[in-house]
Design a protein around this ligand. Structure first.
Ligand code: SIN
Length: 493
């Protein structure tokens, strides 16, 4: 699969540190592979602790002058960056598709989604208000002001190679922080292209630095930031075990943390739901990015009276999904990110069948018919799912919708909450009393009510329980990169 761009120079193959494109100090490289076949098509620096340290040095050196700029100046930079992302959107979408495997139409959607965070935080930068506090004694003035936390380390995932890094870097820069970033080893090229556009938009040297590293070198690279007292915040999207590791290892320097971690989203369809709307919502939530999102429904609960009708309608829609190479115009589901991802999906489906599930559609890898590698998996619906199955407690991260039958509201809420995770939950009902009752009982940071597409730059995104803490996007998103300083002035009587 070729990568034809209007501006081929957007494909970068170096780290960006202190305003310069550089090799890793060791000279090491690591491959970027085609998700469908596993074949290398590009390579980037395999950085180590020394490169990460150089990035932190640069971010630390740039901090004072960046924070001292007015919020308006920082906002103007973000607006220019946003315009550059939009203007180069088609090239960015091609890079995303190439390294991540999502169909081009979806990659275009991701560019718009990621760009929306940059625009949003350009607008929020100038609204980081503090408070005047009524003084309790004469002759005093008391106030709370917001200040940037300092150098931020951003560690980002492969499933949205543009949107996830944009929604961390944009609020950090808006707040006046400087950034060191490490994109996922599977998808570094999108992040590097984004930084290239930031450079073109007038990014001052050292304000944003990026290092790439292989899976093997990533722990040492990130560990150098964890141990560095100058790095005041870690922002991470990825698995819960890694999130816990980051929390433990940053404890010595008590860094501020934003952790957007694993999910195990329930999707509940009550017997009074509009079934067609519920099927449409599930298609949007479950099969976006081939099921590779943290907010994808992992367990679909359907009330017994409508179970058969719902299953029939869902199977019809899922069986019609077109699986194909990311570049084919009509593809709706591309390859999974790599061989390990498909193996996990296979393991979950085999385990579910061994515990009594039935395949209603899909349930196997796909090959032939223009599919260019072994990493395609058929969109799948499983019937008769139960809590003994691995997919009840583990995130499948693939295009598999297991249907669990339920009778009682209280039981389904208990089941839905019976997980250490709490990122997203969805339910469909037309009963207003039930809607408010269920919404308040579900233990989750994000809830879709009669809606499967919940993500937006204007909304707070983040979890509860072991899905992490911190919020991205919305007016709350800037606070994650700021602390509150209290000023007390006396002698004014
Ligand atoms: C994620 O999968 O981590 C993010 C999904 C989203 O922003 O909707």
């Amino acid at each position: 699969m070729s990568l034809t761009l209007t501006r081929p120079e957007l494909v970068r193959s170096h780290n960006f540190i202190a305003g310069l494109w550089r090799d890793a100090l060791s000279g090491g490289r690591h491959p970027v592979s085609d998700p469908a076949t596993g074949a290398e098509f590009a390579n980037v620096p395999d950085s180590a602790a020394a490169d990460a340290q150089a990035a932190a040095d640069a971010a630390h050196a740039a901090f004072d002058s960046w924070r001292d700029r007015t919020a308006r100046e920082r906002a103007q930079f973000l607006k220019r960056w946003h315009a550059a992302i939009v203007a180069n959107g088609e090239d960015l979408a091609r890079i995303i598709s190439r390294e991540q495997g999502k169909p081009l139409a979806e990659a275009r959607g991701e560019v718009a989604y990621g760009a929306s965070y940059v625009e949003w935080f350009a607008e929020e930068a100038v609204r980081a208000y503090g408070d005047m506090i009524p003084a309790l004694m004469p002759g005093k003035r008391m106030m709370a002001v917001k200040e940037p936390v300092g150098v931020v380390a951003a560690v980002t995932p492969w499933n949205f190679p543009l949107a996830m890094i944009a929604r961390k870097i944009a609020p950090a820069l808006a707040a006046g922080c400087t950034v060191v970033a490490k994109p996922a080893e599977d998808t570094p090229l999108t992040a590097l292209a984004l930084v290239r556009l930031a450079e073109e938009a007038g990014l001052p040297a050292g304000v944003l630095n990026i290092v790439t590293a292989s899976r093997g070198q990533t722990p040492a690279t990130v560990a150098s930031w964890l141990a560095d007292p100058r790095v005041r915040k870690i922002t991470f999207t990825g698995s819960t075990p890694v999130g816990k590791y980051l929390a433990r290892e940053s404890a010595d320097t008590l860094k501020k943390l934003s952790l957007e971690l694993g999910g195990n989203a329930p999707f509940i369809v009550f017997d009074d739901a509009d079934l067609d709307a519920a099927v449409t919502g599930l298609m949007a939530a479950k099969f976006r990015n081939g099921g590779q999102t943290c907010v994808c429904p992992n367990r679909v609960y359907v009330q017994s009276g409508i179970y058969d009708a719902f299953a029939r309608k869902l199977v019809e829609r899922v069986a019609a999904l077109r699986v194909g190479p990311a570049t084919r115009d009509d593809s709706q589901i591309g390859p999974m990110i790599n061989a390990r991802a498909v193996e996990k999906i296979e393991r979950h489906v085999e385990d579910a069948l061994a515990h009594g599930a039935t395949v209603l559609t899909g349930g196997r890898r796909l090959s032939g018919d223009g599919l260019d590698g072994p990493n395609y998996y058929a969109p799948t619906v499983l019937g008769d799912a139960n809590r003994e199955m691995a997919l009840f407690s583990e995130e499948t991260f693939g295009p598999v919708a297991p249907l669990f039958k339920f009778d009682d509201d209280a039981d389904v809420i208990r089941e839905a909450n019976d997980t250490p995770f709490g990122l997203a939950a969805y339910f469909y009902s037309t009963d207003v009393r039930r809607i408010w009752r269920v919404a308040s009982r579900l233990e989750s940071g994000v809830i879709g009510i009669n809606e499967g597409a919940v993500s937006s730059e204007a909304a707070p995104f983040g979890g509860v329980k072991e899905s992490g803490y911190g919020r991205e996007g919305s007016r709350y998103g800037l606070d994650d990169y700021m602390h509150v300083k209290y000023l007390c002035q006396g002698g004014l009587a």
